[in-house]
Write a protein that binds this ligand. Structure first.
Ligand SMILES: [Zn+2]
Length: 152
């Protein structure tokens, strides 16, 4: 529905509701419009702000696009996510590596120099031992472990 400001031949202003501008034109042409004050059918639109009565037809606000839920990390604290990823990585590490414990430096060397079967290992090394391995070009990585998940 739209509302038009109308004025009759006698100058009475009133409002008329129409389905559309075409509806107004049709009713005006057929003299179906009449001034509520004097009944004058010489009704015309007056230039004024046209208000659209959207009422219940007003389109509902578009729903916010729902971001694709790609994981169970949605909306979680970034730190919690990092912790979870780390935990998963750790699980992976623990299940796919052989624990050689304190023999880690020696075993890593053996594997690197092909004196032992190549495999993924984990274990412990002191700072010095770790640095020696690094200096020798042996690919090792240190990972900090939560105390309760010590590798040994
Ligand atoms: Zn009138």
């Amino acid at each position: 529905m739209i509302v038009f400001d109308l004025v009759c031949g006698a100058g009475h202003r009133f409002e008329g509701w129409f389905n559309s501008a075409a509806d107004f034109a049709s009713q005006q042409e057929r003299k179906l419009l009449g001034c509520p004050s004097c009944g004058d059918a010489h009704v015309r639109r007056v230039p004024s702000a046209t208000r659209a009565n959207l009422g219940a037809e007003r389109p509902k606000p578009a729903p916010k696009p729902t971001p694709g839920k790609t994981s169970d990390m949605e909306g979680k604290d970034p730190f919690a996510i990092a912790q979870m990823l780390y935990s998963r990585m750790l699980d992976d590490l623990l299940t796919k590596t052989e624990d050689v414990g304190r023999d880690f430096p020696a075993t890593a060397r053996d594997i690197f120099y092909e004196r032992a079967p190549g495999r993924a290992i984990r274990g412990q090394a002191t700072d010095e031992e770790h640095q020696e391995l690094v200096d020798e070009g042996i690919p090792v990585a240190r990972i900090p472990l939560p105390p309760k998940e010590g590798l040994n």
